[in-house]
Ligand binder design. Structure first.
Ligand code: ARG
Ligand code: ASP
Length: 720
């Protein structure tokens, strides 16, 4: 009897639980999961425990995850140090090994034996050995009323001590980083391997399929992966490159599941997310999307349109500008998505709502009131004050980044400053080095394209930056040219000595003092000098002072939120390139009215997008053949080949290459992007539209095994 009653009641509870929306927001510290997240993770379906993820006494998941070169994540997937990361993370390495005869970017690369694996000077893989809370020791000399600078130097002194006294092996390194805006400090003991060799990569028509058009977009069909291997000295410890090094025997290697995922399945992503700003006050969010993103997007809109026009007409320019275009387009598109997403989910309104709740709760507790009264208002106030300076900073940096001639001017100034510091006697040697460093730049430079970019961007700069911040020298040049950017640009590109390698050589061939004097007569150099001077005179100082006030208050506001809003929210620290765990559920989403996106894509979708000969959507013949024969081996499901899937894991730049793990901690995919309505997750995560994009591990294995026939790699993995 009891049984019969209890059972339906239990069922009901379960149903209620499963429709409950979980807080998938958050990038959590692995060593704190047991206290903060384990219960929720298990409630969402996780079958392992927090100590299987982070454990300092035995190999755990964290021992399979590395920071890849400091800009991406990779994971160990065999007992012989085999690493998996994204194609776009390995891109530079693949490119450096490519030549016209052996174009690995275009055709892919597969080392058939260990001897063929290719070393990559400068590339490294860092493991996290241990993470300790060192907040108390770090902050022990901090006194109330200290200026930001005094505070920082008091902390820095302690951090040195902490790092020196840290318990570690001789080959290990240490790092201390601030969390929660400087309210907490954690020590990381790390192991960095610097012999990381390229093992395999698919052709770009798989690894970069869809290119910029599909970037940040779902549905996605990219096989964005490449493979490397960590080599160690014979003792298994980090060692500089040597042909005698041996494959690393890792503390932990991920097992791979071929089962795939279903709707609502638990997933977890571990990696090194770069930077987020989730705790801005409403004025900060507003400024980010309405002012700063908008300014940067406006500048890049114009630059990209011009590059694209030339690239379509001219094959040579196409090659010269492809990488620059991709780099400029990546964040341009991300910011556009961010602006849209914040608007669509009423992000600013929700922040205001959050602040209203915070203010109400603050009122209920005299101690809080005494400590934190006015903090939020002052912080919002400082954001308003910093706005024109921050806006000028962004216009200025976009102008010098996108007009390549100004970038040359910048580098020239830096070079001359360096000579000034080291003494004129060094001029001759430093000049040689400088000219050598400029050679690759001019190989990919086209002054006609750059001229047109300058015409557009100078006009936008003059419109966007008030004269009082642009400075008198810039304003004078602007007026001399009737405030006409075409007139100005025509003059610059016709007469400046910076527009080609030969001219630059002739320019710096002159004696040092002549070159310095001519910095104010060469029209391009003069303009860059004028803009830099305007920036130094009118912007950098107030910007730095206001920023220091903001940092200070942002720290106090963080502390206040963690106390006052404790009952509403569990707080996680903003991303700062340290190891984090994020978890979520496999799920589609509704980007716009009447549109629903499913969470899986298949090889059929690759074929739907296929445009023969197109630089973004071409498909290799061998893949078409496998598709026609449905020759998917053990990787297909019901006659279909899964390609990508999405889930609500909270990720950001740096999480590329991170493993997607299932409820048992097995590898099911590889993170590489986000859906573009959800790129605002960096400032305002919303579970309704924020999704991360992963390539299904079965597609990765299918390409290695069936497409490339590199079965030796499959043989060393542990497939379940
Ligand atoms: N949007 C992804 C990230 O921020 C992928 C970028 C590489 N892919 C590309 N088509 N540019 O890094
Ligand atoms: N594509 C990004 C990366 O390279 C990941 C992201 O921003 O979602 O790290």
């Amino acid at each position: 009897m009891l049984q019969r009653i209890v059972k339906p009641v239990l069922l009901l509870v379960l149903v209620v639980l499963s429709t409950h929306t979980y807080a998938t927001e958050g990038m959590w510290l692995p060593q704190l999961l047991s206290g903060l997240n384990e219960k929720e993770m298990k409630g969402m379906g996780m079958k392992i425990s927090a100590s299987d993820i982070y454990n300092i006494n035995k190999g755990s998941l964290k021992d399979a995850i590395v920071s890849f070169g400091g800009f991406c994540t990779a994971e160990v997937i065999s007992e012989q140090g085999l690493l998996l990361t994204n194609h776009h993370c390995g891109y530079d390495a693949i490119q450096k090994h490519s030549s016209l005869q052996n174009n690995f970017l275009e055709n892919g690369f597969w080392a058939k034996t260990a001897v063929e694996e290719l070393p990559n000077p400068g590339l490294f893989a860092t493991f996290i050995v241990r993470i300790d809370d060192v907040t108390k020791a770090a902050l022990q000399d901090v006194k109330p009323g200290m200026s930001e600078r005094e505070r920082q130097s008091a902390i820095d002194k302690r951090l040195n001590e902490i790092r020196q006294n840290a318990r570690k092996e001789s080959w290990q390194e240490t790092l201390v980083k601030p969390f929660y805006e400087g309210n907490q400090y954690f020590l990381f003991v790390t192991e960095t391997y610097r012999d990381v060799r390229l093992v395999g990569a698919p052709p770009s028509s798989i690894g970069k399929f869809g290119s910029d058009t599909d970037n940040w977009v779902w549905p996605r069909h990219t096989g964005d992966f490449s493979m490397f291997r960590i080599y160690a000295g014979k003792d298994g410890r980090p060692a500089p490159y040597s042909k005698d090094n041996v494959p690393l025997k890792p503390k932990y290697a991920l097992s791979i599941s071929l089962k795939g995922v279903k709707q609502n399945d638990f997933t977890m992503v571990m990696g090194f997310p770069g930077r987020t700003t989730e705790y801005l006050p409403s004025e900060g969010v507003k400024q980010t999307v309405e002012v700063l993103d908008a300014a940067k997007v406006e500048m890049r809109d114009a630059a990209l349109k011009i590059m694209d026009g030339y690239m379509r007409k001219d094959a040579q320019i196409k090659i010269q500008y492809a990488a620059k275009f991709a780099g400029t387009a990546n964040y341009w598109k991300k910011w556009k998505g961010e602006m849209l997403g914040v608007k669509q989910t009423n992000g600013i309104g929700r922040k205001l709502q959050y602040e209203a709740t915070y203010r109400q709760l603050l009122e209920t507790n005299p101690a809080w009131k005494q400590q934190y009264a006015g903090v939020l208002d002052s912080l919002n106030g400082y954001y308003q004050q910093i706005q024109p300076y921050a806006q000028t900073r962004d216009y200025f940096s976009e102008l010098t980044k996108n007009v390549e001639l100004f970038d040359v001017g910048d580098r020239l100034i830096n070079f001359l400053n360096n000579v000034h510091e080291r003494g004129e006697a060094q001029y001759e040697t430093m000049r040689q080095q400088f000219l050598e460093s400029m050679q690759p730049f001019y190989q990919n430079y086209n002054a006609t394209v750059d001229h047109d970019v300058a015409v557009s961007l100078l006009a936008l700069y003059a419109k966007g930056v008030p004269a009082q911040y642009a400075g008198t020298e810039f304003t004078q040049i602007w007026q001399e040219n009737n405030k006409d950017s075409r007139l100005l640009a025509d003059k610059l590109y016709a007469t400046s000595g910076l527009t080609s390698m030969d001219k630059l050589k002739a320019f710096v061939q002159q004696p040092y003092n002549t070159v310095v004097a001519q910095m104010w007569t060469d029209p391009a150099a003069r303009l860059v000098m004028a803009m830099r001077k305007g920036y130094v005179d009118n912007v950098s100082r107030p910007l730095a002072d206001l920023q220091s006030n903001i940092n200070n208050l942002q720290r106090t506001y963080m502390q206040a939120q963690m106390e006052v809003m404790r009952s509403k929210k569990t707080f996680y620290p903003d991303a700062n390139s340290t190891l984090r765990v994020t978890y979520g559920k496999v799920d589609g989403y509704n980007p716009r009215d009447a549109i629903h996106y499913d969470f899986y894509t298949y090889l059929d979708g690759v074929m739907e997008k296929y445009i023969p000969g197109d630089y973004e959507f071409d498909v290799p013949a061998r893949l078409i053949e496998l598709y026609k024969k449905k020759d998917y081996g053990r990787y297909g499901v019901n006659g279909k080949m899964p390609v990508c899937f999405i889930a609500s894991n909270h990720t950001t730049g740096g999480n590329s290459g991170s493993p997607a793990l299932d409820a048992s901690g097995h590898l099911i995919g590889l993170n590489f992007d986000r859906t573009w309505e959800g790129t605002m997750s960096d400032i305002n995560y919303d579970p309704s539209i924020c999704r991360n994009i992963m390539v299904d591990i079965r597609y990765v294995l299918f390409i290695i095994d069936k497409y490339a026939g590199c079965t030796r790699l499959i043989d060393e993995m542990k497939l379940l």
